[in-house]
Structures are given as C-alpha cells and as structure tokens.
Design a protein around this ligand. Structure first.
Ligand code: RNT
Ligand code: ZN
Length: 420
C-alpha cells in the first residue's frame, strides 16, 4: 500500500466523526513552531570572550559535529528544516550575535550584530524570535542579574534587556512578523532565603525599567519565563510562576511557560485554559523534564499530546505561541531538532483529529463512560497514516526515512568538522 492509499483509508475513520482531514492538514501547515537555535551548539553562542554555560542549566554529551560558527549553525538548521514539514521560526539568544571578531558587551548589542541572521531568515522565509542572555557571563557569576543587590550590575542587565527588545523590534520590522522577546533569568538561592520579598521587589523594578521603553507590539512582543528551581537555585527562584504571572497580567506581557519549570506532577496542559481566560496570549517553551528540568528532546508523550489538545480544543492556535527548548549533546544535534519539532507537529495533528465538540458534549451531559471509551479508542486510530501523508505532501521524508539524510549529513559534514 502506498502512503496515499493508507491515507485514504485512515481518513475515513476520522470522517466518521465529522472531521475534515483535508482542512486539518491545511490548518496544520500554518502553525509556526519557534525552533531554538541553541540545540545546535549546546548553548555556546559566538561571543568573542566566551564564558562557560552557567545559570543552572546543563548540557551533557559529546556527540561529534557541534556547530562552532554561525555558518555551521545556520547550515545545520537548514538541514533540520528540510526534514520538518511546514514554515517555522528560529529562536535566537543574544550570545548568537555576530560581531566580526570584535568584543561587544551585551549591553551594547545592536540590530546590526544580527543582520546576517535577518538576511538568512529572509532568504528562507523564516520568522525570528529573541532572548537576552542573562547567564554565561561574569556579571552573572553569583547567580543574580536583574534582582542583584548591586545597582550597577542590575543596570547592566537592564540595558542588555532593552537592547534585546530593540533587536526584537528590528527582526519584526525586517521580517514582517512580530518577534517574541523572552526574558529568562537564573536569579535565585541555593539555600533557604532570609528574605524572599526584596529580590522580587528588585526584579519587578528592573522589569518596569526595561518595559518603560515603548516598542510597538506590531514588531516586538514581550514575554517573561518563570522557573521553580535550577542547579544552584534549588531553594528559591526570584522569578517564580506566581511572580511572572502577576507581572504579566498587570503589565500586559506574555507569560511564557517552560514545561520543565514546574513541580514534577504539575502540568502545563492544565494551566493553559485557566490562563487563557485572563490573557489574550501565552507562550510556551516545550521541553521534556526527566526527573528534573533536564531539557531532554521532546517526545510524543502524554503531556505533549495533552498540551496540543488543550490548544486545539480551546481554539487557541492563534493565542499560544509555541516554542521549543531542549538541548541534548549525546545524540546527533540535527536529529534532535528534527525529532523534537516533528513530535510537536505530530501532537498538534493528533489534537486536531479529535471530535472535540462531541467529547465536550459527552462531558456536559455527564456521560463519562462514553467520554473515557472514546478518548481511549481514539488513541489507536490510524493517526500515523495521516502524518505520513502530510509529510509526503509537504515534501519531507515520511516515517523514519529522514534518518538517511541525517546519516549522510553526519558523514559528509558533521564528522569532518571534528577533523579540522
Ligand atoms: C532555562 C530556561 C531558558 C533557557 C534558554 C537557553 O531554564 O528554560 O529558556 O533554556 O533560554
Ligand atoms: Zn525555557
């Protein structure tokens, strides 16, 4: 049986429930995923005075072929994009600036340092998102940045964040699609604080200063990302969920939820509906925490599906900005992007192939037996056949066939990098 024959059969199963599969695929095509550039080089970046990765995040593994120049990184992203169906976005960090070998402090970064990224994004029809980098720097070596007691250190990071928002504005203007500029800071304490309020008061004041600079939302959207703990900030994180949720609501900013940033049994899927009642838009860093915020490559697990289902059934595809955040150096990095992004898309497709109105109705009428029965039976519907057809239509390899391309790329490009 061909991919198309399988598809035609599978389609009938969904049509039984009134699902217009052709329409679903047309919709899926329009969902952009913001793919993080930092999977390609283990969050290293291209700064002239490179610092070790800090901020309580960790990349483990030593797989050959890590990108060490902007050209290599872009080439690797292009490779991954050729295996991922759809048009997507690339998410950059300030440490990916290109300064022609000159040292430029982070508070001095300008749009021109990202011109090559913009030219490349234009060439490939990609949107760009951005993040100031408030880690891997000597002014962040004690684990405090925007909440630092020293006003000069705080000022440095405030200026860096303002510079970053201007870079975001530049991306938005050049590419005709608003850039999401997301602030995440590592600030926190290893041990029990004697004062939880003062650092949070300082963070609030720093954010107020950063956002006092007005930038048109047509070009740049601001997000804030919370966390529950990090390595070295096990007992207290200044920018907790409550902190940023409050801040975002009051100041009309986007709350960004990273799926690795909550207690192990707390799920982001269960937060989306509540938050959407009070905010027009939300943002996500889809990751996979394994026992801790380990940033494993995203797999098609129950929580990923549940997140996608929530976005789809609440008609929130235009309200939830989906970004990825994982970094694994123990496997082929280009494959990591491919696997994680394809999984995010698969989860969305899975969520779109469900009779949500009917399922909602079953719940409203108290028919929990049928609700459970149907939810379970749908799990073994021929979803894979629809996915394969979608890949074929979008001109990317279906099933595991993309692995051949990766292997070839590894032999011809990645392995050779090591030898140089
Ligand atoms: C860290 C946050 C943050 C980073 C990136 C590199 O815990 O998740 O989003 O992973 O900014
Ligand atoms: Zn994140």
């Amino acid at each position: 049986m061909t991919v198309n024959e399988n598809y035609q059969m599978a389609k009938k199963s969904y049509e039984k429930w009134g699902i217009d599969v052709t329409d679903v695929l047309a919709k899926l095509k329009k969902i952009p995923i913001s793919i993080h550039c930092w999977q390609g080089d283990d969050v290293t970046g291209f700064e002239v005075n490179q610092n070790e990765l800090s901020g309580g995040i960790e990349v483990t593994g030593d797989y050959p072929g890590k990108a060490t120049t902007p050209e290599e990184l872009r080439r690797d992203i292009e490779m991954a994009l050729s295996l991922i169906p759809g048009k997507h976005r690339i998410n950059l960090h300030a440490i990916y600036a290109e300064t022609d070998g000159e040292f430029v402090e982070r508070d001095q970064l300008k749009p021109e340092h990202f011109k090559k990224w913009v030219d490349w994004a234009k060439e490939h029809g990609l949107g760009l998102d951005f993040n100031p980098t408030l880690f891997s720097h000597d002014k962040a070596s004690d684990g405090l940045t925007l909440a630092h007691p020293d006003p000069s250190i705080r000022k440095f990071w405030i200026d860096h964040c303002i510079a970053s928002r201007k870079i975001g504005e530049y991306f938005g203007k050049e590419l005709g699609t608003p850039c999401l500029t997301n602030i995440w800071i590592p600030d926190g304490y290893k041990d029990t604080p004697s004062d939880r309020l003062t650092p949070r008061q300082r963070l609030k004041d720093s954010l107020d200063e950063i956002y006092a600079v007005e930038i048109d939302e047509k070009y740049n959207l601001d997000a804030v990302e919370s966390k529950v703990f990090g390595i070295g900030s096990e007992s207290y994180v200044v920018g907790s969920h409550e902190f940023y949720y409050g801040y975002a609501l009051k100041n009309n900013k986007l709350c960004l939820m990273d799926t690795g940033h909550y207690h192990p049994t707390e799920t982001v899927s269960n937060k989306i509906s509540s938050m959407l009642l009070f905010s027009d838009q939300l943002a996500l860093h889809v990751s996979r925490p394994v026992r801790w915020d380990s940033d494993h490559v995203v797999t098609l697990d129950d929580e990923l599906k549940e997140i996608a289902i929530e976005i789809v059934r609440n008609d929130a595809l235009n309200k939830v900005i989906i970004g990825l955040d994982f970094f694994d150096a123990s496997i082929n990095r280009v494959a990591a992007w491919t696997i994680g992004t394809r999984n995010m898309l698969k989860a969305l497709l899975y969520g779109m192939l469900m009779p949500h109105d009917h399922l909602k109705q079953l719940q409203e009428s108290g028919n929990f037996t049928e609700r459970l029965a149907l939810q379970e039976e749908l799990k073994t519907y021929p979803f894979g056949a629809i996915w394969d057809y979608y890949c074929e239509q979008m001109d990317v390899p279906e099933q595991e066939n993309w692995l051949k391309n990766i292997k070839k790329y590894e032999e011809e490009v990645l392995v050779k990098r090591e030898a140089e």
